[in-house]
Design a protein around this ligand. Structure first.
Ligand code: R5P
Length: 278
């Protein structure tokens, strides 16, 4: 068995190869002048791990090309499963993107490993998806720190609870309360944040809009310092700059998407699971 590393996950791939003692396959990636992508895998192994987050459309094409190039068995590790937020037909005629992605992957592999896929609904698009939870790692990173963990909405509250339990800190979520027809008030459900250090925890930071709205409100309520942590730092549209402008003191993320903010690695939880299933 060898490990094929996609361009979206180079460092995480290297860590996993070291942890598992598996060699990295030699892969040529190339772009033709017209923009088309090309891959060539120089490997004589007949079973392969592939690691690569699906952050962009290009990542999906590359993975599909790799599936075609590889001989024998394939175990895909997709640390960030993009397209999972389009997990249903919100408007008539829309593609269920994650279902389309699942088809591409499952045509080639029986099992897929990922980390914190966006929703249970997205999970249902796969026949056998192993979805690992990086929230305990976030908890570990902030263990015994003087913080309150806050989920920006009720939907992410269960995830935040897991991180807070490991960190041994208090946690809460921001609740939207309708005051009248024109006014919606957002506030932590149970905890007073005045004078406190608050960590907003979410699965994904994409445009940063969710965290920025929460940050502004937490400062209005008297929070001393607000920082943010997430599993998947998509950070689209200059989100990091916008977060810092909104007063976020620090951004912490895992390396499911490799960014300068990737202070926590999912390499060990992935390696452990790969050992179990292969
Ligand atoms: C929403 O359901 C997710 O948990 C995140 O809160 C959301 O995807 C973040 O997106 P953005 O950074 O664009 O607000």
């Amino acid at each position: 068995m060898d490990l094929v590393i996609c361009p979206s996950s180079p460092l995480l791939g290297k860590k996993i190869s070291e942890s598992l003692g598996i060699k990295i396959a030699n892969v040529q990636y190339k772009r033709f002048p017209d923009g088309e992508l090309y891959v060539r895998v120089e490997s004589n192994e007949n079973s392969h791990l592939i690691i690569g987050s699906l952050v962009s459309a290009e990542d999906v094409i590359l993975m599909d090309l790799l599936f075609d190039a590889l001989k024998g068995e394939v175990l895909p590790i997709i640390p960030y499963m993009g397209y999972a937020r389009q997990d249903r037909e919100f408007l008539h005629g829309e593609a269920v993107s994650i279902r389309a992605i699942a088809k591409i992957i499952e045509e080639r592999a029986d099992i897929v490993i990922t980390v914190n896929i966006h929703s249970n609904k997205a999970k249902e698009s796969f026949k056998k998806l192993i979805d690992l939870d990086a929230m305990p790692l976030i908890g570990e990173h902030f263990r015994e720190k003087e913080i309150i963990m806050v989920s920006p909405d009720k939907g992410s509250a269960e995830r935040v609870k897991v991180a807070a339990k490991v960190a041994n800190c208090d946690w809460d979520w921001l609740e939207k309360k309708r005051i009248d027809a024109q006014t919606v008030e957002i506030a932590p459900k149970n905890i007073d944040v005045e004078g406190k250090n608050v960590l907003i925890v979410d699965d994904i930071i994409s445009t940063g809009g969710t965290v920025i709205e929460a940050t502004k409100r937490l400062y209005e309520l008297g929070a001393k310092k607000v920082e943010s942590a997430c599993v998947h730092a998509v950070l689209a549209e200059f989100a990091a700059v916008k977060l810092f402008s909104a007063g976020i003191a620090e951004i912490t993320a895992t390396d499911t998407i490799e960014k300068i903010f990737s202070k926590i690695s999912v390499a060990e939880i992935l390696s452990q699971k790969i050992r179990e299933v292969s």
